[in-house]
Write a protein that binds this ligand. Structure first.
Ligand code: WT7
Length: 650
């Protein structure tokens, strides 16, 4: 990523952007010097039921981590995303939905309709006994009803926990259990690229696996019309439930610090953690970033291609665009179905102004040459965006040239599930672009780079990326586990939030994210904990020990590379390798499928028994000459065996 070519702010944005260079500088300065004043002013973009008097109450001190914003104010997120727009926009599209099947019936949902649908479902949830503070689990396809369900929860003060439809029944049950959900909303099936995913069947299995939660109601959307099993005591059809509800559902008055949702994400150790986001700060952060980073104006069609099962879908398919009275695109399918021209045809069909996607999708299209844009017009586009992983300059330039016709800036947005919204990103009217760099901090964001001893580094340098102060969209805690929250994010560097990423800062103060420095993988822009994959593997009878590391992968960014030591009565075979891959898919989901399995008689361990992953990572990446010091290994000979085994496996 040493590409230092600069793409200056374009004429279009220089003249018309909401934030130009000078405005960025002065607003940024103000947001750092007077965060309370800055955020109090910005908070006016939301409708408050009761105004707040306190802006910020934050401590990052290890012995007392607490994060509160606007904590005596009250509001409702659904009212902010729907009701307040009705007067001006009841007939304007809120959601445009494009189905998996090209040419299939699409849907345009106006704000008026969104209001009715969300209110009816909210009443339906109430009729099933859902109350303020209850956690409702959503396991849905990419359909408007997924957004309705999120907003219906928000409307009545219930907390949604969306689980990506690609996760297995095992993974789903863990999340239902952790949240103590009594109600699950799902669909008969999901459709993706012409294939179906048996969501309802997965829910049935997940519910039967639950150890803690007693699921009392499963609401099932009829989507593909597939036959599904039905438990009359527990299951109800979505359409039957909402069919009998009133369209009038008053919103629940929520404290700014009441939880809006929980979303699970992988860490470097243990089980996925339930990231807790609250109402006021999160909504403000997604609204302001959506407006400024994407220079969004109501009336434009905004398309974030992420699934609502991820934070990107929460923040930039649902909450940000709708809080701003925008029109948000939802696409059920995948980029290469029925062929690789699908995305550009969708952009033309709906005159999409902003297209926000993942580097992995760009790389997979880039491999097809000109086909992804052949015959497409794409002149509706004004801006492009990427998220999820560093983008290689080659892919950046391809996206810029082919989709953006050299005219559309690309905002490379760095953030995390934990941050709620974008924290480091160009603003199209203010920031000259450098391919591969997420560039500069957003308002109120104070990044810093640290060395291994915990000292802050100045100037052009590299180090661990921390944030020195809070921002409104920051996660507040890990569900049921504040100690783990403190330990994970606030114990590495005193008084700062540690992101888990490494970064470089150049002479212009631009940030270049270099990737995770912990045991978290980034596979196709999705986070995967190595510990999760390892614990799935060792649950298999044949496996004695497993170590998982990332390896470079052309399309996915990182692939999953597994070292397996077998039990004595098992022996390596291609069949067993296949079986183990299947096993992990079943335990976690297809996104966790190992790319490479290497059989290993032994793993590189220190004398105290700790696996030296650094060595495993280097071997998996073909960097045999950079193994570093191996003298502390209990048995240095394993290294040669592993290198030999790697040549066979890779
Ligand atoms: C991790 C967070 C934020 C939504 C999607 C992923 C990596 C994210 C970028 C970027 C380089 C990036 C980081 C981060 N990441 N965006 N623009 N450039 N790296 O959310 O699953 O919570 O993963 O994704 O490593 O820590 P997530």
């Amino acid at each position: 990523m040493s590409d230092e070519a600069v793409y200056p702010v374009t004429d279009h944005f220089r003249n018309k952007a909401l934030v130009d260079r000078d405005t960025y500088e002065s607003m940024y300065q103000r947001s750092i010097e007077d965060p309370e004043g800055f955020w109090a002013e910005q908070a006016k973009r939301l409708d408050w039921i009761k105004p707040f008097s306190r802006v910020k109450d934050v401590s990052f001190a290890r012995n007392d981590v607490h994060i509160r914003w606007f904590d005596d104010g009250t509001l409702n997120a659904a009212a902010n995303c729907i009701d307040r727009h009705l007067e001006q926009r009841s007939g304007q599209p809120a959601i445009i939905w494009e189905p998996d099947e090209e040419g299939g019936e699409n849907r345009v949902i106006t704000y008026g309709e969104l209001h009715r649908e969300v209110s009816k479902l909210a009443n339906g949830l109430k009729s099933l006994g859902v109350r303020k503070g209850d956690i409702v689990t959503l396991y849905m396809p990419m359909v408007p009803e997924a957004a309705y369900a999120m907003l219906a929860c928000a409307r009545i003060g219930a907390i949604h926990s969306v689980v990506f439809g690609g996760f297995s029944p095992e993974a789903l049950s863990g999340r239902i259990d952790d949240g103590g959900s009594r109600v699950v909303i799902t669909s008969d099936e999901a459709k993706r690229g012409g294939k179906t995913v048996p969501l309802k069947q997965n829910v049935d299995e997940a519910v039967s696996l639950c150890r803690e939660s007693k699921v009392e109601s499963v609401i099932t959307l009829k989507h593909t019309g597939a036959d599904v099993s039905f438990d009359a005591n527990r299951d109800c059809w979505y359409h039957e439930l909402v069919g009998k509800q009133s369209e009038d559902c008053p919103v629940e008055e929520m404290n700014a610090e009441d939880t809006l949702f929980v979303l699970y994400t992988s860490g470097s150790t243990g089980k996925p953690k339930g990231v807790v986001h609250t109402t006021g700060g999160y909504l403000l952060h997604t609204a302001i970033t959506h407006e400024y980073v994407f220079d969004y104006r109501p009336g434009e069609v905004f398309w974030c291609s992420a699934d609502v099962g991820w934070i990107t879908g929460h923040s930039y398919v649902v909450y940000g665009p709708l809080a701003n009275g925008g029109t948000t695109m939802m696409f059920e399918g995948v980029p290469n179905y029925p062929d690789v021209g699908r995305l550009s045809r969708i952009i033309d069909k709906y005159k999409v102004a902003t297209f926000y996607t993942a580097p992995t999708a760009i790389r997979s299209l880039m491999a097809e040459g000109d086909k992804p844009v052949a015959g497409a017009d794409l002149s509706s586009l004004k801006l492009l965006g990427t998220v999820g992983e560093p983008i290689n300059p080659e892919a950046w330039r391809w996206f810029h040239q082919k989709f953006g016709k050299g005219q559309c800036p690309i905002v490379d947005t760095w953030w995390q599930t934990e941050t709620g919204g974008i924290l480091i990103s160009p603003l199209p009217g203010a920031t000259d672009l450098k391919p591969g760099s997420a560039t500069k901090p957003f308002f109120g964001v104070k990044p810093a780079l640290m060395d291994a001893e915990g000292n802050e580094l100045e100037g052009a340098t590299s180090g661990g990326l921390v944030l020195k102060d809070s921002w409104p969209g920051q996660m507040r805690t890990i569900l049921h586990n504040h100690d783990r929250f403190v330990e994970t994010y606030f114990s590495t560097y005193e008084g700062a939030y540690f992101t888990g990423d490494g970064a470089r800062r150049d002479e212009d103060g631009y940030y270049w994210i270099t990737g995770r420095v912990d045991d978290v993988l980034n596979v196709s822009g999705h986070r995967m904990g190595t510990a999760e994959v390892e614990s799935a593997l060792v649950a298999h009878d044949a496996v004695a020990e497993a170590a998982v590391v990332g390896c470079p992968h052309e399309i996915k960014g990182q692939g999953i590379y597994v070292y397996v030591t077998l039990n004595q009565d098992s022996s390596p075979s291609d069949e067993l390798a296949k079986e183990l891959k299947q096993w992990v898919r079943k335990e976690i989901g297809p996104i966790a499928t190992p790319d490479v399995i290497q059989w290993a008689d032994g793993l590189p361990k220190t004398r105290s028994g700790k696996i030296m992953r650094r060595i495993l990572r280097k071997i998996a990446s073909d960097e045999f000459d950079q193994l570093g010091d191996t003298s502390t290994l209990a048995d240095p000979n394993v290294v040669d065996d592993l290198i030999e085994g790697h040549r066979v496996a890779a």
